[in-house]
Ligand binder design. Structure first.
Ligand code: APR
Length: 263
């Protein structure tokens, strides 16, 4: 039994090693270092989108239990839908800011991979190429009968959904948002991405919501880590991190200077 267990452990360890060696050489051949970026509400604050937990944050004005849990969706359907309809409508009034645009610019010199907790579409509108949304997207809705039936709101006769609108499978539409007490389907691909990072950059997140807040743990030992946030939460890190205690745009300016020196 012990021998069987030991060989299993050995098999998985060598497989892990093989994967990371292969990933390293594949990237080295492309010469662009992989910059994995984890963003939170703070990167969109300068575009006029409220964060959640700052003094003027959304969760200061609305109860998470009433608005953003799986149970709330079934208990207060109209209120939940209205809240996300309003946030969707707000997208038309805001623009990507200098920090979003800087991440796009970095694609010239780095293999930039963005993992965002944000449900806004400002990374896409800034032109970034590789984006994983961990917590869903405001621009989409899905059926409550089959949550894999996902459509872009703008393809619907009424993008601001209501209980009267019915999905093709007969279900009611719901916001394509990961509510509290719901699974985070994109966490696996996000972990795999962080495991291949040469540099991990974290921007504008309080790192209080899991599993997103645990992602830095998966970065390779030799990966450099940076955190840009005016109120940096460094409690959860298991290794040294370079802190830039500034707003996203000013912080990105400093980060790009550091990166330019390295190239
Ligand atoms: N530039 C950079 N960071 C900023 C700025 C700014 N201009 N303004 C505020 N911040 C920082 C705050 O200091 C804070 O650390 O942004 C962070 C925002 O934290 P939260 O409001 O907790 O947002 P976030 O971490 O993205 O929340 C995670 O919680 O409510 C859920 O699903 C929701 O995705 C969200 C998740």
């Amino acid at each position: 039994m012990l021998y069987y267990f030991a060989s299993l452990l050995y098999y998985f360890a060598s497989l892990q090693l093989l994967i990371s060696v292969f990933a390293y050489y594949k990237r080295d051949m492309g010469n662009k270092k992989r910059l994995v970026v984890l963003t939170g509400a703070g990167i969109s604050a300068e575009s006029g989108i409220s964060t959640f937990r700052d003094s003027d944050g959304l969760w200061e004005k609305h109860s998470v239990e009433e608005i953003c849990t799986h149970e709330a969706l079934y208990r207060n359907y109209d209120m939940v839908v209205q809240f996300y309809n309003d946030r969707f409508a707000q997208l038309a009034t805001v623009e990507p800011n200098a920090a979003h645009l800087a991440l796009k610019t970095l694609e010239d010199k780095f293999d930039v991979q963005i993992i965002t907790q944000n449900v806004d579409n400002l990374h896409e509108r800034a032109g970034s190429s590789n984006i994983i949304h961990l917590h869903g997207e405001l621009t989409k809705v899905c059926s409550m009968k089959n949550e894999n039936l996902i459509v872009d709101r703008n393809t619907l006769p009424n993008p601001l959904i209501s209980g009267k609108d019915v999905a093709p499978d007969g279900g009611k539409w719901r916001p394509f948002i990961v509510f509290f007490n719901e699974a985070v389907p994109m966490i696996e691909p996000a972990i795999e991405l962080v495991q291949t990072a040469d540099i991990l950059l974290i921007i504008g997140t309080s790192l209080q919501v899991y599993p997103a807040a645990s992602l830095s743990m998966y970065a390779p030992r030799n990966a450099e880590m940076f955190l840009i946030d005016p109120k940096p939460n460094t409690a959860g890190f298991n290794r040294p991190i370079n802190v830039i205690a500034k707003g996203a745009s000013e912080g990105m300016k400093e980060f790009m200077e550091i990166m330019n020196e390295k190239l």
